[in-house]
Design a protein around this ligand. Structure first.
Ligand code: FAD
Ligand code: NAD
Length: 499
């Protein structure tokens, strides 16, 4: 992120797009753009970029781009899809840039594929509109592609997905059944398998997901609304029965109800959202979701990391920790576009929540002996589930230390709970470090530094297996990683949480 000039916030951009100004220079016309034509528009003052087959004139947007003009210029006059996906594929560019749309890429004729190759390359072709590199899977790879089948009784429809992967669990299965539309996604590393159909007949809202973990079989059991015999499962939708890279799938959202909103600190609140009955979704430790709201007529999307309702989980309230609720700890910024709108939601209002994403794998912590969590401000959020997971499931864990950086004492999130946890579990220790302490603060002060890290991040034994996780404002995370490397920790021992 770069500092933007005054008058160049997202809200200012939304206002400009609503002003009626011609932002493409084409007086409302949409054109077909050839690769040669696209390549000509490669200067700051005349910059076109293609994303998923659609071409945008991004020159008017340059000064509003939170990542800076240079980042945008990297894709000037070319297909920026991959770059966009790497950096922020969750940003709803279609809505944000709709007034900048120049037109579609002219599609080149495509030679018929020599081999049936799974839908992977086909899908990419449609998405990008430009010729992709051909990725043809070999025979052995084809055997690994999941498949599905279905059967019925008088009252039930059972869809069986054979993932052909031994380790399956509930977090890898995401099912939504809205009206007659069924969407079942299976996450398999960086790929995703999708069953997506318009069902033949109506079903009831709730359904069951059964997982045979060891054989990798997933069953979605739907309840028929009427006891009629189905002739078919339904009409396949566009992405039905595809096995593609996760990053090539669009984000899927469902509407969740805000059921409670409680104060955590003077500016941070715990939002509890309830998933619809017709959704099966568990957000894995270390992953985030995207929330989507329409603000001044434009869809705005921001990432948030689910936490637990509280720590430690001893006195948990089982009804609210059943997977049907998502807890988000969110700081409300006085001039924040998204968080101000969130704060105005009333109990009972709905908000769109995406499928989970993130690059953290539980296996990273499963073998750790010493776990260090460096959190700044709301960078604490991914640490909540991680800490709970480590303390309850990682048998080799010897120490877990949270080094929590905040501005003032009033900003410390869940201080009481953390102190209680430290009393309860002798493996856990918490250290608060304030950057703007009041005079009476007797604890540590300062910002992240080499000396603070060398004081607090130490192996419990000479060769102990260490994992250090960092999350907070980007400069905090970047400096932290550099200091840790200087102190001799390897890349594999450090995990940074980012979008
Ligand atoms: P914005 O309108 O973007 O601005 C917020 C504040 O920052 C304002 O004061 C603004 O002046 C300032 N600001 C904005 N952009 C710049 C800039 N370029 N330069 C200088 N100052 C700027 N937040 C949480 O509270 N809880 C979470 O669980 C959480 N999880 C996250 C997970 C991920 C993976 C990521 C990447 C971020 C997460 N965040 C979380 C942050 C969240 O996504 C939003 O960025 C945050 O809520 C602010 O959104 P906003 O639209 O309200 O603020
Ligand atoms: P804040 O402004 O209250 O700052 C908290 C502490 O961070 C400060 O006391 C200081 O120690 C440190 N800090 C702040 N700016 C710094 C800088 N420039 N250099 C070094 N240290 C610095 O923090 P906040 O408003 O709660 O913001 C939290 C940040 O964490 C946001 O940027 C948010 O996007 C990010 N976040 C990221 C994820 C993720 O990527 N998974 C999750 C949650 C939050």
């Amino acid at each position: 992120q770069v500092p933007l000039k005054p008058g160049r916030s997202l809200m200012d951009w939304i206002r400009l797009t609503k002003s009626g100004k011609d932002l493409t220079g084409l007086k409302g016309r949409l054109i077909e753009v050839t690769e040669d034509e696209l390549a000509k528009h490669n200067k700051k003052e005349d910059c076109w970029i293609c994303i998923r087959g659609f071409v945008y004139n991004v020159t008017p947007y340059m000064e509003y781009h939170p990542g800076g003009e240079d980042e945008l210029m990297k894709a000037a006059g070319t297909d920026g899809t991959d770059l966009f996906d790497q950096v922020h594929r969750w940003v709803n560019y279609e809505s944000m840039l709709k007034e900048c749309l120049v037109g579609r890429m002219a599609v080149k004729p495509v030679a018929a594929p020599k081999e049936i190759s799974s839908t992977l390359s086909e899908e990419k072709k449609q998405l990008n509109g430009m010729l992709p590199e051909k990725k043809v899977l070999g025979a052995s790879a084809k055997d690994l592609i999941p498949s599905y089948d279905w059967f019925q009784t008088d009252s039930l429809i059972t869809i069986v997905i054979y993932t052909k992967q031994k380790v399956m669990n509930t977090e890898l299965v995401i099912v939504d059944c809205q009206d007659k539309r069924l969407r079942g996604e299976i996450i398999m590393d960086d790929h995703s398998y999708l069953v997506e159909v318009d069902l033949d007949h109506a079903v009831q809202e709730d359904f069951a997901v059964n997982i045979a973990e060891k054989v990798g079989k997933v069953e979605i059991v739907l309840k028929k609304k009427d006891n009629v015999h189905w002739k078919m499962l339904g009409q396949p939708l566009e992405s039905h029965n595809t096995f593609i890279k996760r990053t090539d799938r669009g984000l899927f959202y469902r509407k969740c109800k805000l059921v409670s909103k409680t104060e955590v600190t003077h500016d941070t609140k715990l939002f509890c959202l309830m998933l619809p009955k017709s959704t099966h979704l568990r957000v894995p430790t270390g992953q985030h979701v995207y929330l989507k709201q329409i603000i001044a007529g434009t869809e705005v999307v921001k990432p948030y990391t689910p936490v637990l309702p509280f720590l430690p989980l001893d006195f948990k309230e089982p009804s609210r920790h059943d997977g049907a609720h998502i807890y988000l700890m969110i700081k409300i910024y006085s001039c924040g576009l998204f968080t101000q709108a969130l704060d105005h939601l009333q109990i009972g209002d709905y908000i769109s929540v995406s499928n989970p994403e993130g690059n953290f794998k539980k296996s990273q912590v499963q073998t750790s002996e010493d776990l260090f969590l460096l959190a700044a401000g709301t960078g604490f959020t991914p640490m909540v589930k991680l800490l709970n997971f480590a303390l309850t499931e990682v048998s080799c864990l010897r120490t877990a230390k949270l080094i929590f950086f905040n501005k003032t004492e009033d900003d410390i999130l869940w201080r009481n709970q953390l102190e209680q946890l430290a009393l309860k579990d002798e493996r856990f220790e918490v250290q608060f470090i304030l950057s703007q302490p009041a005079k009476d603060w007797v604890g540590k002060q300062g910002k992240i530094s080499s000396s603070l890290l060398s004081e607090f991040v130490k192996r419990s034994r000479k060769d102990s297996k260490v994992l250090i996780c960092i999350c907070g404002p980007t400069p905090f995370t970047e400096q932290g990683v550099q200091y840790l490397k200087d102190l001799g920790y390897s890349q594999e021992e450090i995990h940074t949480f980012t979008a």
